[in-house]
Write a protein that binds this ligand. Structure first.
Ligand SMILES: CC(C)(COP(=O)(O)OP(=O)(O)OC[C@H]1O[C@@H](n2cnc3c(N)ncnc32)[C@H](O)[C@@H]1OP(=O)(O)O)[C@@H](O)C(=O)NCCC(=O)NCCS
Length: 171
């Protein structure tokens, strides 16, 4: 019998976060978002939230964390390690499936006014603009002074934009 080298598995797998994942995922989240995410005046600790992790060839490819409140599921963080490879789309599809299993009616996500890539991404994935909160990030900065002043495309980060995707149920 000959020894074969390890075969790379490029399949993207999505699985729920389990406690054993949390130390590594906590470091990943901290590198992207810090310890807290503040949206609509709520302080989230994404490392402690339920989540879906995307893994390719044994390596972290992406992470989505969320919070369920009543009949809404809010995406708190969504990150692809390498953008434009389908990881974000796969995580959004998976969380929509999970939300339907839990009979949740809508997905919510808050992004900031500078994040044009996210605005494009979500609108291309059935999310619609639901609210704009001028100055909301300036308020959040009082609680979390580390929030950058300048964001993507050198745009000052000031406002929250809420997007909602209503989930269709068959029958
Ligand atoms: C926003 C974000 C999560 C999107 O994730 P992503 O993995 O880049 O998203 P995808 O790759 O699925 O889709 C992005 C584009 O890449 C394209 N794409 C997907 N797979 C591809 C592939 N294999 N080859 C080439 N292009 C591909 C998609 O078609 C998509 O374009 P479209 O919107 O015109 O359809 C990611 O850019 C990110 O981590 N951003 C930083 C954090 C952030 O801002 N998060 C959002 C706020 S919570």
């Amino acid at each position: 019998m000959c020894h074969r080298g390890r075969v790379a598995d490029n399949t993207l797998r999505i699985k729920p976060v389990v406690n054993a994942d949390r130390p590594a995922l906590g470091r990943f989240i901290a590198s992207r978002w810090g310890l807290t995410v503040i949206v609509h005046g709520t302080v989230f600790r994404p490392a402690e939230l339920p989540g879906l992790v995307a893994v390719r060839d044994g390596r972290l490819a992406g992470l989505l964390t969320y919070d369920i409140d009543g009949d809404s599921l809010e995406i708190v963080t969504l990150d692809a390690v390498t953008p434009n490879g389908g990881v974000g789309s796969a995580l959004v599809t998976a969380i929509a499936d999970e939300a339907r299993r839990r009979q949740v009616r809508r997905l919510i996500v808050i992004t900031t006014n500078d994040n044009l890539d996210a605005l494009r991404f979500y609108q291309r994935r059935e999310f619609r603009l639901a609210a704009v909160r001028p100055g909301a990030v300036e308020e959040s900065r009082r609680l979390k002074p580390q929030i950058n002043e300048i964001g993507c495309y050198d745009i000052p980060i000031r406002d929250e934009i809420e997007l909602v995707r209503d989930l269709a149920y068959g029958g």
